[in-house]
Design a protein around this ligand. Sequence first.
Ligand SMILES: *Cc1c(COP(=O)(O)O)cnc(C)c1O
Length: 462
Amino acid sequence: MRYISTRGQAPALSFEEVVLTGMASDGGLYVPEEIPQLSRDDLAGMAGLSYAEIAFRVMRPYVNGEIDDTTFRDIVEEAYATFSHDAVVPLNQLDANHFLLELFHGPTLAFKDVALQLLGRILDHFLQKRGERAVIMGATSGDTGSAAIEGCRHCDNLDIFILHPYQRVSEVQRRQMTTVLADNVFNVAIEGNFDDAQAMVKASFADQSFLNGTRLVAVNSINWARIMAQIVYYVASAVALGDPHRAVSFCVPSANFGNVFAGYMAKRMGLPVKQFIIATNANDILHRTLADNDFSKRELVATLAPSMDIVVSSNFERLLFEAYERDGASVKALLERFQAEPSALAEAPLARLRESFASHSVDDATILEVIREAHHRTQEILDPHTATGYRAAEQARADATTPVITLATAHPAKFAEAVVKAGFPGVPLPPHMDDLLEREERYTVLPAELSAVQQFVVENRR
Ligand SMILES: *Cc1c(COP(=O)(O)O)cnc(C)c1O
């Protein structure tokens, strides 16, 4: 198994190289050259297995023997032992045919833990084998930073530097990062906004000479291993509801498209899936593209579901590559045009997308209404991201008889602001985190200057 670029011009790489590389040298994203297949027997044989065992079976062909089976099994088991629920990602029934897949039982209470608990361990394994060390740099406005830190805190061969905008991250989100007091974790509060932090990370990737040869690794959702890890819960939840004997549909609160693209991969591997419903907040590029073929950028809107606030969906490129039947030159031309001006997809690729995907966009007022309505009907308090999914599933499902699984991407305690706005007194943090507000914090405040940040990295990496 090799991995190829969606823009068709970068060299094909092995799994190990792809995990360590991130973006392809032609500006594209890596995807597997062939999609491994799960037969009906493979799927039927997963009924009743543990999440870790299903994860091992689903991901094994992508790893391609580059990690031996025993070691890979151990890595997978360790990664998912950090989840506080024995089912790892339990299914919660809302009504006769609507289910919530709770992806928020990991260390930071959001679905990004599913991928990052695994990615940190895979990176550490490859670096150990090569006798190398690496530096991770990332910018965060909240969610991803804490999940990346939790995923790397035990990794001997990695030092992680996460930049967040000083005094512009909620207290819970900041403390989820700054109370991790491991020797290889460095939180930097930048005297600027998120874009300043992001620009410094981008500049550091573009010119890595300040690190004198040490590898810089990206753990954002363009890293293939994150997609790979997310394929698993689509398979596990569908099998739990009777796949392959009856198909299910999925509804996915979406932003960068990494999560729902993993679902699409599960379908391409052979999982019977009737429909993927893409839920967006007011930042609705995915919905506009699917519904109106309006593939254009709009101003960023700050919403009650902040982890879905994006202008461009980076992983959509991977789906476009499939929709254009793996014609990298067409994908490259479309995306270059899109950077400059409002664009549209060609007819045949758009028709292909519409065979598998529907979409629905949910504004802030509706998010609040849905949180109240879902509580009234089911006694569940949804987080604002999950609320977009709940509404989209009801609005856009093709029929009422196919079970629909809405992905619950965060725990409501993590986004208490929206829950309180909806009229609830708030949601307590789960027991293992209830002392979060008393824990010791550690972070360094730096000016929004590239040289200051890079000097800090060089002086502190181990
Ligand atoms: C990251 C995130 C999303 C969006 O996921 P994508 O893979 O970027 O589409 C949705 N909800 C929550 C809570 C998130 O943290």
